[in-house]
Write a protein that binds this ligand. Structure first.
Ligand SMILES: Cc1ncc(COP(=O)(O)O)c(C=O)c1O
Length: 1015
């Protein structure tokens, strides 16, 4: 290069003008331009045409001139529309001319002038840089397949030779500067150089510096051209982007953003590969390292040359900025700009957590979504809590929050991911990526509870690090865990602001099982100086050390941080509805219900709940609070069971018709349903509600017996049609009821708990049945048409029939000519665990069984199953047509429910968990006098509360207070029975031991609180 500088041509303008005329036949005025080693003139023909005449350095090897010429020719032929210089032929039609001076041959080349202003002199908007990327991409794409021996030259500016900078380090006087360069050189040697030979190479421009790139004067977001192919080279393709980015980043407030804009444009025209983008940050830095070391070495050999040093100062400034950055973050930004994941596996981690959220264990003592929660006001810069936190007065901040919790009943404060915050006032929050910018966006999830609150890992983990971070407004005790669940790329979780106790208890390498204690929320003295809370953060980049994980990030790169440090809410068990609230406010719904709907629709609870989502055993309200559903027995196998949803959607998307056409589903379902019953019950009919099923049962009964007389149990409910209300004492005896009809005969509820004390227990069945005998006798010769009863009376207060009762009653009714109908609308489908059907626990076989509620896991479906004889009686010529009953979609749903009950052995689960609950309830009974009776089978459970165990007087108010208290604590149950003093629980069949323990804990707490208040 130094030799070349000695042979720089020195023609006068007049001489050059003559040569131009002589070789190219062009007349024009010439204006000399700067050049390091050649001589360049701008030629203006005066006819609106301009050219560049280049007189090539005499020392330039012929092969290089030929290469440049071939390159320009190729570009002209393959991308004639690209705004790059295009070759003008000599008068003789050649691409180059030559002239000799002092025995040295100089080649002459004439190319078209590319108009525009150097990018270096513009404000380098994102648009312009994107446009530059595109232009370079198009240019390089046009060179695909182009090769020339001259492209294989040895240049210090070849990115592959960047390591040679080490040999020039000695020329850098400042030791700190030298150390900085050494750091980049070390990274280059270690992680870049070994990978470079594997990257794609091609002929590239290799010097898209901001003087060689021109911008459109009328549209400064557009590149108008690229010039100067003097450094073109066969090199790794990514070097093109790296070089352009290195220069675009000079004096740029956001050099990585500038590089990202270029990479994004380039990638759109010439798709980059992940492994190329992964080296981009280092290659940008190494271009600068090459530049500053070449400058330093030249300064050592020649007098100061301002052209050589033109980019030295900003290059150093940029190197310092790059040195201060975390290369992983810069690379994440560059990857994102090219449409790659910020780190490989980031999407998979987020999806895995979403898909497996149900199997994650609670991070707090109970699932986080069950606590009444509210946003912590750090998003409001003027809030006293924010102000005191930013001022370093954590105790004041804590008081503000505690007071808020006291007055509102909030138990959990949530500081959301992505929130813009002003609390981060320290020096450590100044951005290292973007000049004069602070990091303001919170990248963790904050959970505020009292100091000492224990936090557990929802997922098995290995401890990655445990340390105390001392910075003010830092993390205090900080723990990083590494998770490697099956089927998910590994990821880290960061647990900040903990109490120091964890330091002695945990160490790197320790294994934590899911649910294990991680630590306790620290007091301000230990947690970095904050109101007590946990900062929980996920990092999909597992190579980051805990203290490198960015807890607060730049707003501009929020989309990058979202992948690198995704919101930990799902991991922590916070429902998405906490953040995304939509739909009408409660008051409006209540008002519109009153205006638009029958006024006698009732609403549960004084403060009604608006549920917006159901998932398994959970119901989630419009504010994201999750309630454990122990009450609603309709969603039998859990809310929104995926198998049911899938079956429903698939069949609904295929066909839904009615029973007048042939379809497989109804037959398959009838086969499966009758297979669960005693063989006598062999004929099925389908309807849409329990009421419809019971009404149909009455039609069957009438057709078979010709009789209307009914024997029903007191306080029973069988449905909403008038004829069923007439059979439901629960309705006809209460408000708005019209009293007992003459054909209806009401037997006492065979409730052992309230049986006369004189009755021996083993005789309860027989004694209660005597009441039915009396009713039949009172019919005075008229036959009973039927006996209708729930196999476990539910509205009457979860009453378990005494042994032998149904056997006795069925015998009497049948002897008198009636049929026996079992209403299994509430209690069927394996709820009792021991059997499919609750009537089986009494050792009887009804003549007709009606089913509803749980049958479709929430889908409106109902069934009647009867004997062949009764079915034959019903077949009297009148068609049974039910528009929706037995449609293919409903039957598909019914089949899916049976599949799940059988496939997941849910009857066994109901029995096991039911027994676990009964044991716990009975233990409670020993401690709480108010619990008079505990009864249940499987997951059909009742706790009867009494104010006096001897008289068994109902404790109605306490029962109501317990149900309400449980609701306040996020557990749903009901009260039932004539005195509303029986706590009624019918949790979904998938109820787990953990769910049961949650219910037990809440009941314990609620009983404690209610009884303490009752005195
Ligand atoms: C025992 C019993 N039978 C019948 C019905 C009526 O069912 P549906 O509301 O589906 O018409 C109910 C409803 O609560 C019920 O509990």
């Amino acid at each position: 290069m130094n030799d070349m500088l000695k042979t720089t041509p020195d023609f006068t303008t007049e001489e050059a003008q003559a040569l131009l005329k002589q070789h190219f036949g062009v007349d024009g005025s010439l204006q000399p331009l700067d050049s390091e080693r050649d001589q360049n003139f701008k030629v203006n023909t005066g006819e609106g045409r301009c050219y560049i005449l280049k007189i090539v350095n005499g020392a330039e090897p012929e092969i290089e001139s030929d290469f440049q010429t071939a390159l320009l020719k190729h570009a002209g032929e393959n991308a004639g529309d690209l705004p790059v210089p295009h070759l003008q032929p000599t008068l003789s039609g050649a691409n180059l001319a030559a002239t000799t001076r002092r025995g040295m041959v100089h080649r002459l080349r004439l190319v078209t002038w590319v108009p525009g202003t150097p990018l270096a002199q513009s404000d380098r908007s994102d648009g312009a840089l994107h446009s530059l990327g595109r232009m370079l991409g198009r240019f390089d794409a046009s060179l695909k397949g182009f090769m020339h021996p001259g492209a294989l030259r040895d240049l210090d500016w070849d990115i592959r030779n960047a390591g040679r900078s080490a040999g020039r380090l000695a020329h850098v006087a400042d030791l700190q500067d030298r150390a900085l360069l050494q750091r980049f050189l070390d990274r280059f040697d270690e992680r870049v150089a070994p990978r470079l030979p594997m990257l794609r190479s091609a002929v590239i421009h290799n010097d898209a510096n901001d003087w060689n790139v021109l911008i459109d004067e009328d549209d400064r977001d557009r590149i108008s051209g690229i010039i100067d192919f003097g450094d073109a080279l066969y090199a790794p393709v990514i070097a093109e982007v790296a070089i352009a980015a290195a220069y675009a980043g000079l004096d740029h407030p956001d050099p990585i953003g500038a590089a990202a804009a270029i990479a994004n444009g380039y990638h759109a025209e010439y798709p980059l590969l992940e492994e190329e983008v992964d080296l981009l940050f280092d290659l940008i830095a190494m271009r600068l390292v090459t530049s500053v070391t070449i400058s330093a070495s030249r300064r050592a050999h020649t007098a100061d040359n301002p052209y050589l040093a033109i980019s030295e100062r900003p290059a150093w400034a940029l190197l310092r900025k790059l040195d201060a950055m975390n290369p992983r973050f810069a690379t994440a930004i560059l990857r994102k700009a090219c449409g790659f994941e910020t780190v490989a596996g980031a999407h998979a981690v987020a999806s895995w957590i979403g898909e497996n959220r149900k199997s994650l264990l609670p991070l707090l003592d109970r699932p986080a979504a069950t606590y009444p929660a509210a946003l912590v006001p750090y998003g409001d810069p003027t809030h006293p809590m924010t102000v005191s936190s930013a001022d370093g007065r954590p105790h004041d901040a804590r008081s503000v929050w505690e007071e808020h919790c006291r007055t509102t009943g909030v138990e959990l404060g949530i500081g959301p991911w992505g929130e813009a915050r002003t609390v981060y006032s320290g020096e450590m929050f100044v951005s290292r990526l973007i000049e004069e910018t602070r990091r303001t966006r919170h990248l963790g999830l904050d959970l505020f509870m009292a100091a000492g609150t224990k936090v557990h890992t929802p997922l098995a983990a290995t401890v990655a690090s445990v340390e105390i971070e001392k910075d003010p407004l830092g993390y205090g005790c900080l723990i990083a865990l590494r998770h490697e669940p099956d089927g998910c790329p590994p990821f880290l979780t960061l647990w900040g602001h903990l109490a120091h106790e964890a330091v002695g208890r945990l160490k790197a390498g320790d294994r934590l099982e899911a649910g294990a204690l991680v630590g306790e929320m620290g007091a301000p003295e230990e947690n970095g100086g904050w109101a007590p809370h946990l900062h929980l953060q996920i990092s999909t980049d597992t190579s980051l050390a805990a203290t490198d994980i960015l807890g607060v990030g730049e707003e501009r790169y929020l989309d990058v941080w979202a992948e690198l440090f995704p919101d930990a809410s799902t991991f922590a068990g916070i429902a998405r509805e906490f953040y995304d609230q939509s739909g009408r406010p409660h008051e409006e719904i209540i008002r519109r219900r009153k205006e638009l709907l029958l006024p006698n629709l009732s609403i549960s609870y004084e403060k009604p709940i608006k549920f917006v989502r159901g998932e398994g055993v959970w119901l989630i309200d419009d504010r994201g609070r999750a309630y454990l559903d122990c009450f609603n027995n309709v969603c039998h196998i859990g809310h929104a069971h995926p198998a049911v949803v899938e079956a429903l959607a698939r069949q609904a998307g295929t066909l839904n018709t009615n029973t007048r056409y042939l379809h497989d589903n109804i037959v398959a379902y009838a086969e499966r349903l009758t297979a669960t019953m005693p063989k006598e019950l062999a004929v099925a009919a389908f309807a849409n509600s329990g009421s419809e099923a019971n009404s149909l049962a009455l039609r069957l009964m009438r057709a078979h017996t010709g009789c209307e007389n009914a024997v029903v149990l007191d306080w029973a409910y069988h449905g909403t049609t008038q004829e069923l209300i007439d059979l439901s004492a629960y309705k006809f005896r209460r408000k708005g009821g019209k009293g007992q009809k003459p054909h209806v005969h009401v037997a006492a509820v065979p409730d052992s708990y309230h049986a006369p004390a004189a009755w021996p227990l083993e005789e309860h069945g027989k004694r209660f049945a005597e009441n039915v005998a009396e009713l039949i006798a009172a019919m005075r010769g008229e036959a009973p048409g039927f006996f209708l009863a729930e196999s476990i009376p539910s509205v009457a207060g979860q009453v378990f029939l005494p042994d032998g009762y149904l056997k006795e009653v069925y015998r009497m009714v049948r002897e008198a000519g009636g049929v026996c109908i079992a209403d299994e609308v509430q209690v069927g489908f394996g709820r009792v665990g021991s059997h499919w059907w609750a009537f089986e626990t009494q050792g009887v076989v009804p003549d007709i069984v009606t089913m509803g509620k749980p049958i479709g896991d929430g889908h409106p479906l109902a069934a009647v199953v009867t004997t062949r004889e009764i079915a034959a009686s019903f077949d009297n010529g009148m068609e049974y047509f039910n528009t929706f009953g037995g449609n293919p979609v409903s039957c598909a749903v019914g089949l899916a429910v049976l599949d799940v009950i059988e496939g997941e052995d849910l009857r066994r689960n109901a029995l096991d968990i039911g027994n676990h609950l009964l044991t716990a309830f009975r233990t409670m009974q020993e401690r709480y006098e108010v619990i008079g009776d505990v009864r249940g089978l499987g997951l059909f459970l009742g706790i009867e509360l009494v104010s006096d165990r001897r008289t068994r007087a109902p404790a109605t108010e306490i029962a109501r207070a317990v149900a309400n208290g449980a609701r306040q604590r996020g557990v749903l149950m009901g009260t039932e029975g004539p005195h509303d003093n029986v706590l009624k629980m019918r949790p979904p069949m998938i109820f787990s031991k953990r769910d049961a323990d949650h219910l037990i804990a809440v009941l314990e707490e609620t009983f404690g609180a209610v009884l303490a208040q009752a005195g």
